[in-house]
Design a protein around this ligand. Structure first.
Ligand code: FES
Length: 100
């Protein structure tokens, strides 16, 4: 079962499940999802804004606006709207300098 999120799947709901971790919490996506789709189909935001308290959810969805950066446990950030989710991926909503 995929938890309800900001976006709702209307089609292609029978693709294989892919598990990933977001801030240490396991979530489920579908094979072929972008990271952005995976995060917003299982939650309500991508990350917090660095300019205010508002949560961000991406804007252009095509690699142009830079609103969808998220971080990998290994440190490097990635653009969520142009990166495919992979099994076991470990993602964070905040940059490494804020990690404990
Ligand atoms: S949502 Fe605009 S670059 Fe990803």
């Amino acid at each position: 079962m995929i938890a309800a999120g900001r976006i709702v799947r209307l089609a292609e709901r029978d693709r294989a499940a892919v598990h990933f971790f977001l801030d240490g919490q396991m979530r489920t996506a579908l094979a072929g999802d972008t990271v952005l789709t995976a995060m917003l189909a299982s939650g309500h935001a991508l990350r917090k804004s660095e300019f205010g308290p508002e949560p961000r959810a991406g804007f252009c969805l095509m690699g142009a606006c830079q609103d969808c950066w998220v971080w990998q446990d290994e440190g490097p950030r990635l653009r969520a709207c142009s990166t495919l989710i992979r099994e076991g991926m470990r993602l964070r909503t905040t940059p490494p300098e804020s990690w404990p």
